[in-house]
Design a protein around this ligand. Sequence first.
Ligand code: ZN
Ligand code: ZN
Length: 290
Amino acid sequence: MDNHDVTVHCWGTRGSIPSPGPKTVRYGGNTTCLEVSVGEQRLIFDAGSGIRLLGQGIAERGPNAIPIFLTHFHWDHIQGFPFFAPLYDAEDRIRVIGPKQNGIDVQNLFAGQMGPIYFPVPFSFVAAEMEFEHLNEGEYGVGDATLRVMRVRHPSFVIGYRIEVAGKVICFIPDNELEGTMYGELEPGFDRRIVDFVGDADLLIHDAMYTGEEYPDRVGWGHSTFEQALQLAIAGGVRRVLFSHHDPTRTDHDLDAIIAKMREESARAGSDLVVDGAQEGVDYKLESRP
Ligand SMILES: [Zn+2]
Ligand SMILES: [Zn+2]
């Protein structure tokens, strides 16, 4: 029997820099990487340090044809890529798809981090068949999935994804500052457009790097608070929100306490939204509707 259940797996949930250790075991220490799979189709989003473990599992099952969609090129979203095992397997095909940055194409942005000053193995040692593609705001078909792309508030050209597959909607917006008007060309209308973009999603994975108390000292750093992400999820009629891009200093204990507060806030607002923190290593199953 065909299985049309959608599985979302977080391979990395941390922002900025990997943060391993006993205090981050449950929510995870690896930087951003997400896998969305339905049956045999697999889509990967971002290549933070979490992509290393994903690659180990995939490499054994090859040959693979793997699309990796990027939100942007800050280190915490690409630093795992040189350690992605399928890169060094001549039987694998990897497509890397992301937005250009100041006219620089995706291949140069990726090969750049494997230059000899930063990394010992040159890009020319990559054995897999590589393809690089660009995308901008708009709508893209990928196998059975439709991806919608929106530019979001974060330094450089950064995008969020709305993934529609098997009757389910997953929104992945790991880096986005929901408040403020410091990203001039995205205004006006951003606040309304982002609510539409996440509208009726089954699962929203959104930047919640700071608490409301921390935010005044971090305005313009490109990230949101838990409170802001919660308000977005409620406004968009989302079913389940996963706070993500956890601050590297945030312990499991801290996150538990903050998430408990957010659940109370959601209940006070009369919402039946399911509120959680994104956890590395967890499968989030979105079962197909009967
Ligand atoms: Zn980031
Ligand atoms: Zn970033």
